[in-house]
Design a protein around this ligand. Structure first.
Ligand code: UDX
Length: 427
């Protein structure tokens, strides 16, 4: 079993430190904020991630996970140091490496000879060299082990990954990092640093392109009177396409896809390469947000001025409390920008600062007096909401369900009007 330090206690850092500790390693999780460290040490998770809290309790009890806000304590003894710090988007779309560089610089004098610094954060091609330069030690190795966890399913994904990718200058170093995952049975890819870095961006961007295509096809289905779910199901039966990641919605979001597509575009451009599919997928995603706002506006007589819209769902998808780059927020901003007032309910969000948006404590409170209801996140609990109660609380009956979570026949019977695209005709 190895001694591991994990730098950062965000979504990735927490899942990595708790996951590696559950595999039997001795892990020290570091965060600069002592308050965060205290919360963790008390066995509490600062994020909502199904199943992770239970494992946190187990690894704290077994002593496999310790936490600290003193960097030297975390890294001095560590054989492997995983950096899980944010790489936010710069103004030009490129990834901002300042946290990665400052973490590398801060730890360099504490590292023991032979230590391997492993980058988990999503970083552009060539970043391994930047980390090596920031550390500036010939007796320390640098590797890249990109993260593929989905929020809301991070525990499952850690334990059952489709693959693990490790890139390093030598096969020996890459293998030493891969050995940390010896208890996990899955395809394992040992490669160079640049290849590992690019696999992450290329995968996320491909998935974003896939979803933009799905949303565009769903819009076409509605226009021609075809059933989008049946069309996508029929497509997904072709094993070359696959039946996963084919759900239409109000657009894709979250902490990865929007940032990673723009970063890949920026990396490609810096090498003089154009990636028009990615550029178009990003534009298509914005069109998906706009389509939802258009549908609500057109169903309410062509204007949102003076209208109240109830929204169910603020997070970027179900089973997370994360609202970063949420398509729901993008749609709400458009509704408010067109003069509407929005009252939203989300099971995991009790507050969100946005002029024109109020967060309600229950679905019925959000619906009270609303002209229209828009479902933007696929929370399972929305399925069992009482249609009659909600429609009775609303002043209108327009319902736009972008995730198809409501039982349309039950809601229609209760008096809901699910508008089809008013600007197009069925054939
Ligand atoms: C993603 C990648 O899946 C993961 O491998 C990577 O490491 C991080 O980014 P995550 O952002 O947690 O994970 O969410 P994901 O489940 O991929 O969903 C991203 C967005 O696509 C969400 O807004 C979601 O609602 C949307 N989506 C996903 C759809 O609209 N339809 C689908 O069929 C799947």
């Amino acid at each position: 079993m190895s001694k591991i330090a994990v730098i950062g206690t965000g979504y990735v850092g927490l899942t990595t430190s708790i996951g590696l500790a559950s595999l039997g390693h001795q892990v020290v999780g570091y965060d600069v904020d002592p308050a965060k460290v205290e919360v963790l040490q008390a066995g509490k998770l600062p994020i909502h991630e199904p199943g992770l809290g239970e494992i946190l309790g187990d690894v704290l009890k077994s002593g496999n996970l310790k936490t600290t806000s003193v960097l030297s304590e975390a890294v001095t003894d560590a054989d492997f140091i995983f950096t899980c710090v944010p790489t936010p988007q710069d103004e030009d779309g490129s990834a901002d490496l300042s946290y990665v560089i400052s973490a590398s610089t801060a730890m360099k004098d504490f590292l023991k000879a032979g230590a391997v610094v492993v980058t988990k954060s999503t970083v552009p091609v060539g970043s391994a060299q930047i980390v090596e330069d920031a550390i500036g030690r010939s007796d320390v190795e640098v590797a890249s082990n990109p993260e593929f966890l989905r929020e809301g399913a991070a525990v499952y994904d850690f334990q059952n990954p489709d693959r693990i990718v490790v890139g390093a200058r030598s096969n020996e170093v890459a293998q030493s990092v891969m050995d940390l995952y010896s208890k996990i049975d899955c395809p394992k890819v040992l490669t160079s640093q640049a290849t590992a870095e690019l696999i992450k961006y290329a995968s996320n961007s491909f998935l974003a392109i896939k979803l933009s295509y799905v949303n565009d096809i769903a819009a076409l289905c509605e226009a021609v009177g075809a059933d989008s779910h049946e069309v996508l199901h029929g497509m997904g039966l072709d094993t070359r396409i696959g039946n996963r990641f084919l759900e239409p919605g109000p657009g894709w979001g979250g902490s990865c896809f929007p940032k990673d597509t723009k970063a890949l575009e920026s990396i490609a451009n810096s090498f003089g390469i154009e990636l028009p599919l990615i550029t178009t997928a990003i534009a298509s995603n914005e069109a998906a947000h706009k389509r939802v706002a258009d549908r609500v506006m057109n169903s309410l007589g062509g204007s949102l001025v003076g209208k109240t819209i109830a929204v169910f769902g603020l997070t970027f998808k179900a089973n997370t409390d994360d609202t970063r780059e949420s398509p729901s927020i993008a749609v709400i901003e458009r509704l408010i920008g067109r003069g509407g007032k929005v009252v939203a309910f989300d099971p995991m969000v009790s507050d969100y600062k946005l002029a024109g948006l109020t967060v309600a404590a229950s679905p019925a409170e959000a619906a009270s007096g609303a002209d229209a209801l828009v479902v933007l996140t696929e929370w399972a609990e929305f399925k069992s909401i009482d249609a009659k109660e909600i429609l009775a609380a609303m002043s209108g009956n327009v319902v736009v369900d972008t995730r198809k979570v409501l039982d349309q026949s039950v809601w229609t019977e209760a008096g809901a009007n699910f508008p089809t695209n008013p600007t197009t005709k069925a054939v």
